[in-house]
Design a binder for this molecule. Structure first.
Ligand code: GLA
Length: 395
């Protein structure tokens, strides 16, 4: 057995500002759903979204908790003389689409940008925030992803115009996010507000103050093991900023998109649930394999993410390619991920006494769906390359 060198991660408690009641109501646990971008990207149509809604129901995803159906970028058409933004020809009637989604017991999400253009070059909401928010509310929108995109040009200009103010660009961005947050609030419809600005200027510190319930912490994910682990394992230290109504978002899921192995997708799902990340599936639901289903709908994995305590997990040890992460759960339980990023099978260990179980604990293997019985002291498992063992530890 190769031993794990332990690096103690000091968890310092910080005063976390109060979360508004509306945020608690909208996102007491990390939001879950499906988003069009990772699979359909700029080709998404009304028919694709309706069929995704149908399949969230028929596959069991809705009942597993995936309730938002989020149309990402590229639904927008042009603004008319009154400034009203119309959808493009691929989305004939957004209100009807929202009604259809709601008729399936699901919620409707949409996408825009604080800049003049979205990342795909479509119309953004700059100078039309209140008008757009009102329209979303009329369409029955329940979720807005607001993506920085072309607003970055305005930030660059602010920086150039105010060379002596290091916060000029950041303050401009925060004001732009607050403007839409206030506009959403003014509609009177509860609309979950998701910031997408790639983790620029520590949104976990100011996200709640602009009315957001979640914020991206990094640049985009893609369907590769390298990118997924680069994002997932870089989340160490952010746990203290998450909680009911306020979630760090390491980006959407790639499970089922086909370019990772089963062990790699289990690593992806394990990390995201330990991180209490929003779980937004991004796969083609019409082609879900039994394996994809068993990963995305593993009840015990989803329950780790959705645990009512609302604590994000964090790194306990790291040694080279081996990592141990823990997440406190309700009822005095702890979820533990033993990760192996190397190209060989490797033994990874956790000291049960160190995570609060001096007299031993019952272990449950979440992926194998097996009770491992009572263990005391150091528990070691052999983890396949790029794989994980996800445990629930209880008295
Ligand atoms: C950015 C976001 C992605 C997606 C695309 C759409 O890259 O980070 O999640 O929304 O824009 O253009």
């Amino acid at each position: 057995m190769r031993s794990l060198m332990r690096i103690l991660v000091l968890s310092c408690s910080v005063a976390v500002s109060a979360v508004p009641a509306i945020s608690q109501q909208l996102a007491s646990t990390p939001p879950m759903g499906w988003n069009s971008w990772n699979h359909f990207a700029e080709h998404v149509t009304d028919a694709d979204v309706r069929s995704a809604a149908d399949m969230l129901v028929s596959t069991g995803m809705r009942d597993a908790g995936y309730i938002y159906v989020n149309v990402d970028d590229t639904w927008q058409g042009k603004r008319d003389a009154q400034g009203v933004l119309h959808p493009n020809e691929r989305f004939p009637d957004m209100k009807a689409l929202g009604d259809y989604i709601h008729s399936k017991g699901l919620k409707f999400g949409i996408y825009s940008s604080p800049g003049p253009k979205t990342c795909g070059g479509y119309e953004g909401s700059l100078d039309h925030e209140a008008q757009d928010a009102k329209m979303y509310a009329e369409w029955g929108v329940d979720f807005l992803k607001y993506d920085l995109c072309s607003f970055q040009d305005m930030m660059k200009k602010a920086k150039a115009d105010h060379p002596n103010d290091p916060d000029a660009a950041k303050n401009l961005m925060i004001a732009a996010y607050k403007k839409m947050g206030d506009a959403l609030k003014a509609t009177g419809r509860p609309i979950l507000y998701s910031l997408c600005q790639y983790g620029v200027d520590q949104p976990w510190k100011w996200g709640p103050s602009v009315g957001a319930q979640m914020w991206r912490t990094t640049d985009d994910i893609d369907d590769s093991y390298g990118r997924m682990i680069a994002i997932g394992f870089s989340q160490a230290g952010l746990a203290k900023y998450a909680g009911p109504g306020r979630w760090n978002d390491p980006d959407m899921l790639e499970v089922g998109n086909g370019k990772m192995t089963t062990d790699e997708y289990k690593t992806h799902m394990s990390l995201w649930v330990l991180l209490a990340a929003p779980l937004l599936a991004g796969n083609d639901l019409s082609k879900m394999s039994e394996t994809d289903k068993s990963i995305l709908m593993n009840k015990e994995a989803v329950a780790i993410d959705q645990d009512p305590l609302g604590k994000q997990g964090d790194r306990l040890y790291q040694s080279g390619d081996l990592d141990v992460w823990t997440k406190p759960l309700s009822g005095g339980r702890v979820a533990v991920g033993l990760f192996n990023r190397s190209w060989d099978n490797r033994d990874v260990s956790v000291d049960l006494a160190e995570i609060g179980f001096k007299n031993g604990a019952n272990l449950r293997d979440v992926w194998k769906r097996t009770d491992l019985g009572l263990h005391t002291g150091v528990f070691t498992d052999t983890i396949p390359k790029h794989g994980v063992t996800l445990l629930i530890v209880s008295k």
